[in-house]
Write a protein that binds this ligand. Structure first.
Ligand code: SF4
Length: 115
């Protein structure tokens, strides 16, 4: 990874892995990873707002502390770490609809604004 890596998309990549590997036994992991993946997708697509960001952070805490095993307990870590060290990248996607790394496409938002 370097300055051309979008840290939100990196978090989404790891969340997709955790979501697909979840065995589904407990709700926080089964539902939480899917919800966090959806929220991260909304951010990289430029469709998220500040409430989505707050919900994402809240979900991270819930899933981290209520999942039954290490997979669910660790699933939020890439999100929490990237928010901790790269929060301006998250805010650029949400507020300015810009990906500082130049990786994310925002056609959906642009098309909505034009229609
Ligand atoms: S936290 Fe563990 S037990 Fe719970 S759904 Fe995820 S993988 Fe299964």
């Amino acid at each position: 990874m370097d300055e051309h890596s979008c840290m939100v998309d990196v978090a989404r990549y790891f969340m997709e892995f955790c979501m697909s590997e979840s065995c589904g036994k407990c709700v926080p992991c089964r539902v939480g990873t899917a919800e966090m993946y959806e929220l991260l997708s909304r951010i990289v697509q430029g469709r998220a707002n500040s409430a989505d960001m707050a919900l994402l952070q809240e979900l991270c805490e819930v899933v981290k502390y209520t999942s039954l095993c290490g997979l669910g307990q660790a699933a939020p870590n890439p999100v929490l770490s990237t928010i901790k060290y790269f929060e301006p990248e998250y805010l650029a996607h949400i507020v300015d609809h810009v990906c500082p790394a130049g990786q994310c496409q925002f056609e959906a938002v642009i098309q909505e604004v034009q229609s």
